[in-house]
Design a protein around this ligand. Structure first.
Ligand code: ATP
Ligand code: MG
Ligand code: MG
Length: 348
């Protein structure tokens, strides 16, 4: 037993706390948002601001170990609690800025899409000159679920697009065949395990489904992708669950981005793997050995339940091999992740 602090109050925190509770830990959450879905499963909740260093220190004081579920926790105030944090905040620092993230992955042999830093319209025009169109303009920080991204189909678009008031990058559009993610768990002693890599399908920039088996294209590229993920995890001396997203292309895996946390494309591991991403994250940060990450069924489909679809969520239970997860969010706003369903497929 012991007390685990979770920075962030969303569904990832909720599912981490559920796994932790099963193993006898108490969780407390820290999130400035009062409407937090982690609250139901945590024994206590701090609703202070992210930059309230005093509250953050008082929070950490009550915990044996502190982790995060939210990847945009400001790293400044974390330096005071670094001794009880896992993973180390250097992982957050690297992943919070798309420019850093890409340079870091490239330095370790990863191949991202061609990209350029954009701080002005001149930068954008020069970038399009060099990289071409189509491409995507992305804010360097704080984007998720495809927010903070603008597709640019021609140089004329570049003249018309309203540049956000934030540092950006421009990325060449990758003509990918498939998308997949590599999710690993790593302990402080460097023991590393990977889950199977499903094929991820996005709709409007948000994950829609993750499916296994992923097919021969992805299966042929997972090894190279895992090698990069191992390099990344080792370079960060990473402790916990780490995710890297890739495009599977005719020229091999193209690195998209990393998430220093449990990941939506790993939600299937709760029922679909011997040990879930949530449990292994808790094990890793608590200094326990990792559990087996093997898949339990030959196939599986995880589908996100978004917005008003949550109102008909029980329909998923018509299939007895499907498990329904609802995050108990109060309002089914459009584009809001409300839950997910994982169907295990035994005869493929
Ligand atoms: P997440 O919620 O995964 O953190 P995000 O907002 O950080 O998402 P990205 O992963 O950068 O966004 O992009 C979201 C999706 O948009 C990708 O999964 C992919 O489908 C598409 N996309 C992003 N960048 C590119 C690109 N350079 N070429 C082609 N498609 C892209
Ligand atoms: Mg992202
Ligand atoms: Mg992404």
């Amino acid at each position: 037993g012991g007390t685990i602090g979770i920075l962030g109050g969303g569904q990832l925190g909720r599912m981490l706390a559920m796994a932790a509770a099963q193993m006898g830990y108490r969780c407390i959450a820290y999130s400035p948002e009062k409407e937090s879905v982690a609250r139901d499963v945590c024994v206590d909740m701090f609703t202070n601001k992210w930059d309230d260093a005093q509250a953050m220190a008082a929070f950490a004081q009550q915990c044996d170990v502190v982790t995060w579920e939210f990847e945009n926790v400001p790293v400044g105030p974390l330096s005071a609690i670094v001794d009880c944090l896992a993973p180390h905040p250097r992982a957050l620092e690297t992943a919070q800025d798309r420019l850093n993230e890409k340079r870091f992955a490239e330095g370790l042999g990863g191949k991202p899409a061609p990209y350029a830093t954009i701080d002005s319209r001149e930068d954008l025009i020069a970038a399009i000159d060099r990289i071409g169109t189509p491409g995507i303009l992305k804010t360097r920080r704080e984007g998720y679920d495809g927010k903070g991204q603008w597709r640019i189909m021609s140089s004329r678009d570049a003249e018309g697009v309203a540049l956000p008031d934030a540092p950006c990058i421009y990325e060449g559009f990758v003509e990918f065949d498939d998308e997949f993610s590599v999710i690993l768990a790593r302990t402080a002693t460097g023991e590393t395990r990977f889950w199977d890599s499903p094929v991820n399908v996005h709709e409007a920039g948000m994950l829609h489904t993750s499916t296994l088996p992923s097919g021969p294209l992805i299966e042929g590229q997972v090894e190279e992708a895992r090698a990069l993920a191992t390099q990344v995890a080792d370079a960060l001396n990473y402790v916990g669950v780490l995710t890297l997203e890739f495009f599977a292309t005719a020229h091999g895996p193209v690195f998209n981005e990393m998430a220093p946390r449990v990941h939506n494309s790993g939600h299937w591991t709760v029922e679909g793997a011997v040990t879930s991403q949530f449990e292994n994250h808790i094990r890793a940060i608590c200094g326990l050995p990792l559990g087996d990450t093997r898949s339990v069924s030959p196939g599986m489909v995880m589908t996100n339940i978004v917005g008003k679809d949550a109102l008909q969520a029980e329909q998923w239970l018509a299939d007895p091999s499907t498990h329904l997860h609802l995050y108990s969010k109060a309002k089914a706003r459009d584009g809001r992740k409300m839950g997910h369903a994982t169907q295990l497929i035994w005869d493929t």
